[in-house]
Ligand binder design. Sequence first.
Ligand SMILES: Nc1ncnc2c1ncn2[C@@H]1O[C@H](COP(=O)(O)OP(=O)(O)OP(=O)(O)O)[C@@H](O)[C@H]1O
Ligand SMILES: C[C@@](O)(CCOP(=O)(O)O)CC(=O)O
Length: 463
Amino acid sequence: MTPSRRCFSAPGKALLAGGYLVLDAENSSFVTALSARIYAITCPSPSLDSTLPTITVLSPQFQEGEWSYTVCQSPITGFVSLPAITPDRRNPFVQSAIATVMNYLSATGTLQTTLPSLTMTILSDNAYHSQPSDAVPRFNKHPLPITAVPKTGLGSSAALTTSLVAALLSFYGDMNPDAAQTKVILHKLAQLAHCNAQGKVGSGFDVACAVFGSIVYRRFQPSIISSLPPAPTSFEAEALYLLSLQKVIEADWNVGTRECSLPRRMRLLMGDVTGGSETPAMVQMVLRWRKDGGESASAVWTALGKANENLIAAMIGLGEQAAKDPEEYDAFVDEVLKVGASDVAQLGHSNGGRTGELFVQVVDAIVEIRFNLRSMTAGSGAQIEPVQQTKLLDACSALPGVLGGVVPGAGGYDAVCLLVAEAAVDAIAKQTEGVFENVRWLELREEATGVREEDMLVIEEFL
Ligand SMILES: Nc1ncnc2c1ncn2[C@@H]1O[C@H](COP(=O)(O)OP(=O)(O)OP(=O)(O)O)[C@@H](O)[C@H]1O
Ligand SMILES: C[C@@](O)(CCOP(=O)(O)O)CC(=O)O
């Protein structure tokens, strides 16, 4: 009889609006959860140590995808340390997820006294990593360690951290990650674990999306996380660390995570563009430009923030309008299918009603966002929307059914993201085939739900 196994998964992300500005807590961003998920399966297992419990994490898709830790809980302070059984192999995201959850449960007195040993298996959908061809099996295996396999920018570490935290909370804390209150705690633990593993405090939009799904996101103050003392090295420090950890997780983070899916019949068409980008370096260049760029930089920053807000308001409004007046909404989408972005304005002003006004607001906001991202590119030197991407986005925006497109997240050369009417996707793929050699349209769709427990039946065959 297979021991009781449970499976938790979390989605990837696309940051449609809010790149860079989301680093300021007063700015909102629009994040769409995608149908590429990372799965964590828990299975009770015998300890690898004669006296102490152990946790092993397997990632069978990658070479050397095995990390094992001994769980050492101090009988005096309750602090949990995790000496690696395989010291030559490191996975900071795995270790940080385990350490954060175990110490939170210890701090709150909800960690079982006799700890069972655990094996967790990670499976990640193929979209997270470059694949040798389109005809590969699901959860394709690579002949390389995870760190050597090119990523595609969908937020693998955020989805991994979130699914591991959910799995650990359920296994050791008997918490139901699907429950709303647990999800709030899960989110903070995942943010903390992710920051500790990355060694920096990003905006956290990717982790928030992995937990809550498609959202309008406004970040927490980074000082909440940086206020936590460093990993303790003495009994006194261990006791202080656990107290601080519980205080941080149970504080009100004032983070914005309003659920917001794409309007009905709309879709993000993600394009994988051969090219790379270096997000941390670009962030540094943009923040330096913001700080030293005077009035002109402030004006661009403010205008971009306004354009982001306009897009977010229009997307929320269209979601409401599709329910309030489905006939007007569907009639307008049928018209959108026949024209490119620049002609939507004509449609909207002639017969679209409130729906038309909102679609025009979407198109105009995307134009304004791109204009300001190009100003940011010129001012900061960070190649956010470089010329090649401008040409590609302009050409795609002229195609029927396309409302516009942006460089998602930090931008750069590696991806584009089109907002299109769902029914236009096949025609867009056909019209761009052979025209843009370096673009591969991904099969991804919005999957608005965040972290969730999966029925083992959906994953059983792959284990
Ligand atoms: N399936 C997996 N199994 C084990 N570890 C993984 C897996 N997916 C991601 N990771 C961990 O996350 C790391 C990638 O995180 P990093 O912060 O470098 O990129 P990222 O911003 O999450 O990438 P992207 O957004 O392109 O997915 C990997 O080196 C590995 O440590
Ligand atoms: C530039 C930034 O605002 C977004 C980065 O987005 P992405 O990793 O390129 O999808 C950084 C952040 O929010 O942490």
